[in-house]
Design a protein around this ligand. Structure first.
Ligand code: 4AD
Ligand code: MG
Length: 469
C-alpha cells in the first residue's frame, strides 16, 4: 500500500488550517508537561510567536521517546490535526509518530534557567533567538527591513549601495574604525616617522564608514532620489542603551528637496513604517505589549495619528530654560550653542509637547560641515527627529549647495580638502538644492518593539569591549 507522503507545514499555517487532516510539524520544544496518561508538548518553529500543541498518548512505545524530549529539543511530529478542547488554540496535533532530531540536555540548556532577564539573555546571546521575545524581535526586524525597501521602491527611489570601506569621515567626528593590513608589530614608517600608508592594502589610510551620505549625494545628484540601507560603524565610546558600534542606517537623499520637503518625507516615512508594523506584525507586537509594556500599542498608534511638532533649536532652548526657571532639574546645563543631551530631548518630547518633535536650525558649530548655512551666519538647516523614549531617531539636513560656502566651511573646520574633491564636484558641476536624512534602524526598532536597550534589537550587538560571535 503506498502512503501519500506528508510534507511539513509551518506552525503559522497549521494554526490557520481546519481539523481533520494528517500533518507533519517540525520545530523546537518550548515546554513539555502532562499527566499519567498524556503528554502535552508546546512546539515552535519560529514562523509565529504561537506554539502548536502536540498531544501524545503515554504508552510503552511512546514513553521512552517522551523521556528524551525536553525544552529545547528539536523534533518532527506526524499526526492528525484535531480540534483542541483546551483554550488558547483552535487546533492541536494528535501525534502518531515522533522523530527526535536533536535532544537538549535539561541540565545544560541555557534557556532553562529561571533567569530570563535581558541581562542574562545577553550573556547567552547565541541561544536567545530560541526565546519567544527574540523570535518576535527578529521577525519584526525583518518585516521592517522589507517595509523600508517597499516604501522607497513604491516612490521611485533608487537603492544605492555605498562603500563600507572608505577614506572619508563623512560626519567629521573622528569616530572611525581603521581598516589596515599593515603588520601592527612592524608598521612601515615614512620620513616623518608616521605610518606609511602607501604600503597599506589600499595605498592610503582607510576606515569603516560612519555614513553613506556623501556617496549618497553623488547618487541623488545624478538619478534624483536614492536611499542606502546598510551597516554603519562608529568607534564612539558611549556605553548607553541607545548606542552601538555597528548599527544599520537608512539614508535617503533627494535632489530638489528643501528642508521642508525633507521633514515631510521623514515624518511620512516613520509613520508608514509604524503603520506597517501594526498592520503586518500584530501577533508579535501584541505579545511584546502584553509581556513588557502595555502602553506599546497605544504609543505606536499615537504616532500615526499625530502631527509632529516642528521647532527651531533656539525655541527649544528657550523652552528648556523656562523649565529650569520653573524648578525642573537637568543633569547637564542648557546653553544656546551646546548640543542637547538625551534628557533635554526627552523633556521636549515626553513632557512638554507629548509627541514627536522635529528640531531644526541648529547652531552650525555642533553640526556637520555639509549642512546648508542659514542667512543668520550662526545656524544651519539641520533637522533631528526626536521620539518619545528614544530621543534622536533621525538626523538630517538640507545640504549646502553653494561651492564657495561649502569650501569656506571645510577650511574653517581645518578639514583636509584632498579627500573631498570628488564630493565637491557635485557642487562644481550642476549643483542643485538637495536634502537627506539618516534613520537609525535599531532606534526605530527600539520604538516599534518597546525594548529598552539597543543591544536587544540587533542579533549580534557590537559595543565597547564586546564583539562576540
Ligand atoms: O545623526 P547622524 O550621525 O547623521 C548622519 O550620519 C547623517 N549622515 C545622516 C544623513 O543625513 N544622511 O546619524 C543618523 C541616525 C541617528 O539619528 C540615530 O538614529 C542613528 O543614526 N545613530 C545610531 N544608532 C545606533 N548607534 C549609534 N552609535 C548611532 N549613531 C547614530
Ligand atoms: Mg545626529
Amino acid at each position: 500500500m503506498s502512503q501519500k507522503e506528508i510534507i511539513r507545514t509551518k506552525v503559522k499555517d497549521l494554526l490557520a488550517m481546519s481539523a481533520g487532516q494528517d500533518v507533519l510539524a517540525k520545530g523546537w520544544v518550548r515546554t513539555k508537561r502532562g499527566n499519567k496518561e498524556i503528554a502535552f508538548i508546546a512546539l515552535n518553529d519560529g514562523s509565529t510567536i504561537k506554539n502548536i500543541q502536540i498531544v501524545v498518548d503515554k504508552t510503552p512505545e511512546t514513553e521512552p521517546i517522551l523521556a528524551r524530549i525536553s525544552t529545547g529539543a528539536c523534533i518532527a511530529v506526524k499526526g492528525s490535526l484535531v480540534e483542541s478542547i483546551g483554550s488558547g488554540q483552535a487546533v492541536e496535533i494528535k501525534a502518531n509518530e515522533i522523530e527526535i532530531y536533536g535532544e537538549s540536555d535539561p541540565m545544560r540548556y541555557p534557556l532553562q534557567k529561571k533567569d530570563t532577564s535581558f541581562e542574562y539573555l545577553r550573556t547567552v546571546a547565541h541561544m536567545r533567538p530560541r526565546t519567544n521575545t527574540f523570535g518576535a524581535i527578529y521577525r519584526l526586524r525583518s518585516q521592517m527591513a522589507f517595509a523600508i525597501h517597499e516604501y522607497f521602491h513604491s516612490r521611485g527611489f533608487v537603492y544605492l549601495n555605498t562603500p563600507l570601506i572608505t577614506e572619508s569621515d563623512a560626519e567629521g567626528a573622528g569616530q572611525m574604525f581603521q581598516v589596515t593590513t599593515l603588520d601592527l608589530n612592524n608598521v612601515p614608517k615614512n620620513k616623518k616617522g608616521l605610518p606609511d600608508y602607501s604600503k597599506d592594502f589600499f595605498g592610503k589610510m582607510t576606515s569603516l564608514t560612519v555614513s553613506g551620505q556623501l556617496e549618497g549625494e553623488l547618487g541623488a545628484t545624478a538619478v534624483g532620489e536614492i536611499y542606502t540601507f546598510g551597516p554603519t560603524f562608529r568607534a564612539e565610546n558611549s556605553n548607553t542603551p541607545r548606542h552601538l558600534a555597528e548599527f544599520w542606517m537608512i539614508e535617503p537623499e533627494m535632489a530638489f528637496y528643501d528642508i521642508k520637503d525633507n521633514m515631510d518625507l521623514a515624518e511620512d516615512f516613520i509613520k508608514s513604517l509604524v503603520k506597517y508594523a501594526l498592520d503586518n506584525c500584530r501577533d508579535d507586537i501584541q505579545f511584546l505589549n502584553d509581556r513588557y509594556d502595555d502602553t506599546l500599542i497605544a504609543r505606536l498608534e499615537g504616532v500615526i495619528d499625530t502631527e509632529f511638532v516642528r521647532l527651531p533649536y533656539t525655541e527649544g532652548i528657550n523652552i528648556l530654560k523656562d523649565a529650569i526657571a520653573h524648578g525642573h532639574q537637568f543633569e547637564y546645563p542648557v546653553d544656546w550653542g551646546t548640543d542637547l543631551q538625551s534628557e533635554h530631548e526627552r523633556y521636549l518630547v515626553e513632557e512638554h509637547f507629548k509627541k514627536p518633535v522635529i528640531l531644526t536650525d541648529y547652531p552650525k558649530d555642533i553640526k556637520a560641515f555639509y549642512m546648508k548655512q542659514n542667512d543668520d551666519g550662526k545656524t544651519v538647516r539641520a533637522m533631528d527627529v526626536l521620539f518619545p523614549k528614544i530621543g534622536e531617531i533621525i538626523g538630517g539636513s538640507e545640504r549646502e549647495a553653494d561651492l564657495k560656502k561649502l569650501e569656506g566651511r571645510i577650511d574653517e573646520l581645518h578639514m583636509k580638502r584632498d579627500n573631498l574633491e570628488w564630493y565637491l564636484d557635485t557642487r562644481r558641476f550642476g549643483s542643485c538644492p538637495h536634502s537627506g536624512f539618516g534613520l537609525g534602524f535599531e532606534r526605530l526598532l527600539l520604538f516599534v518593539t518597546g525594548m529598552q536597550n539597543i543591544r536587544d534589537v540587533i542579533p549580534f550587538p557590537r559595543t565597547p569591549k564586546n564583539a562576540e560571535f
